[in-house]
Design a protein around this ligand. Sequence first.
Ligand code: ZN
Length: 292
Amino acid sequence: MISAGEVHLPGRPKDIVGLKALAIASQRWYDNFRPSGVKVLAGAPVIEEGMVKEDFKTLSEAGVKLLGEVGLGSVKAGDTAKEMVAWAREYGMQSTIHTGGPSIPGSGLIDKDVVLEADADIIGHINGGHTALPDDQIICLCEQCARGIEIVHNGNERSALLAMRTAFELGQPERVILGTDAPAGSGVQPLGILRMIAMLSSLGDVPPEIAWCFATGNTARMRELDCGILEVGKSADMIIVDQAQHAPGKDMLESIHQGNLPGVGMTIIDGIVRSDRSRNTPPATRLPEIVV
Ligand SMILES: [Zn+2]
């Protein structure tokens, strides 16, 4: 799980010492705390005006490797954002920019001109969080910015399909990554990424195995993770899934292509079985067994 910024923390400090302290503390406690073994990449400061290059150096040296969504703090102008994103990149920190209308009080409109000028690594929730940009701006961002195209659950689903189709038209589906943008006003979606896969595959008529790649390999490559791809030397992080019981379709992939969730039979993180049959997904038809 990747934090887009600890933006909803009540009383979030906005002074520079405070926001740096929060980022470092967040990174540390999720490094130490792994619920059910889940890796939470947290400590993503929401940048504020007044930060200087040295602040990014300090954060990076302290282990903070992400910026929270640019635009949720006071940095909303393209030129300031561009300067800070470049400082972050220089010190090995990844950046994401809020895209679209305001999400919470205090955030603002970030339109295509600001996104293009800031040049963050990821065009965060290109389909809005919640309010999407007009279609022509979404198409323009896909065409004129070579960065990652994040499509999220807590956004506009029609705009999600537009962004995905535009990426395919450009011959650049490898740029598409999935997120939930949770928590948000519409909640925290259990199974959010699985729901995104089923939605894009079915309504967007994309082969389900390709939609899986948005959520796994694409995200891992763009976020520089050591999971998401099964390969010698990578973390053994995986889920074992099968067609949900009584779901339509001749097999799991066809079932997903028709818009249905698969059933999760097991989760494995770092090669260790962390859970067996999910109580959140519909039950899988076949379950994995551990044979020793
Ligand atoms: Zn946002």
